[in-house]
Design a protein around this ligand. Structure first.
Ligand SMILES: Nc1nc2c(c(=O)[nH]1)N[C@@H](CN(C=O)c1ccc(C(=O)N[C@@H](CCC(=O)O)C(=O)O)cc1)CN2
Ligand SMILES: NCC(=O)N[C@@H]1O[C@H](COP(=O)([O-])[O-])[C@@H](O)[C@H]1O
Length: 237
């Protein structure tokens, strides 16, 4: 699922002036903007999407545009288009739609398709994803939902936790921006571990999206993204 935000003018990012495209299940994510120094968008309708790991060929993106808290435009985007979903949009149409709303960032949460190269190239360093393991471990094709936690437990790893990373052309290989550590208990089921990791996901994604909204992401010379502390801009983490 995409959570996308946009801004009304191309200069300095400022959540106050942003247009936001809010898909379902953004209660956590919209909390992020409320944690930033600017007013938060209203959270969108509850999620209406196939459960994780479903075989859905296309996912319906219910997109809500909040224009400076004044107006809400709702529309549905079916992506990707295919023979079985002829009214779905192509990658180029998806990019054009997001450009039309002057979108800046796209945030993935439980999105199970490969984001097409057209979108990755159009939104370089502007698409984030949250993955429920400490990447680069337990990431890549086939690693989603409970499968991730089953693999972690089966490996004997003592620690797991969420990773927020920038999205590039492959699954889960983009630059890491934030991680949190969760202890793996010796008698953990995948569901129990998933629940503890998810709780940390909801916290770290809020912190990262808040930093994004407050323009506190900086890029090190070697291409690694860092977050400037809100209280001390000399402190990076
Ligand atoms: N270009 C990118 N697209 C996506 C990324 C990314 O990093 N780059 N992250 C994923 C999210 N993800 C893990 O965080 C992930 C999601 C799904 C899969 C996967 O193996 N999917 C299956 C299909 C599952 C289904 O349709 O039910 C597959 O491709 O065979 C791996 C990792 C989102 N997109
Ligand atoms: N590799 C992608 C992946 O596994 N994403 C994971 O899907 C879950 C979505 O939870 P939700 O349905 O409650 O939003 C989250 O745990 C997220 O890390």
């Amino acid at each position: 699922m995409f959570f996308v935000t946009g801004k009304s003018k191309p200069d300095k990012l400022n959540c106050r002036d942003r247009r936001r495209l809010l898909p379902p299940d953004t209660k956590t994510l919209s909390r992020a903007t409320s944690a930033s120094s600017s007013p938060a968008p209203r959270s969108a309708a509850p999620p209406r999407r196939p459960p994780l790991g479903s075989s859905a060929r296309s996912l319906a993106l219910q997109v809500v545009v909040v224009l400076n808290m004044q107006k809400i435009i709702k529309f549905q985007l079916l992506y990707p288009g295919s023979k079985s979903s002829p009214d779905g949009v192509s990658a180029a149409e998806l990019v054009a739609t997001l450009r039309k709303f002057e979108v800046d960032f796209l945030l993935l949460a439980g999105y199970l398709k490969l984001v097409p190269i057209e979108l990755v190239q159009a939104f370089r360093r502007s698409i984030l994803n949250i993955h429920p393991s400490l990447l680069p471990a337990f990431g890549g094709k086939g690693f989603y939902g409970l499968k991730v936690h089953e693999a972690v437990i089966g490996s004997g790893a003592r620690y797991s936790g969420p990773t927020v990373h920038f999205v590039d052309e492959q699954y889960d290989t983009g630059h890491i921006l934030a991680q949190r550590v969760v202890l793996v208990l010796t008698d953990d089921t995948a569901e129990q571990l998933a629940a503890r990791v998810l709780s940390q996901e909801h916290q770290v994604y809020v912190e990262v999206v808040t930093a994004l909204c407050e323009d506190r992401i900086v890029w090190r010379d070697d291409g690694v993204p860092l977050i400037c502390s809100r209280d001390n801009s000399d402190k990076l983490y």
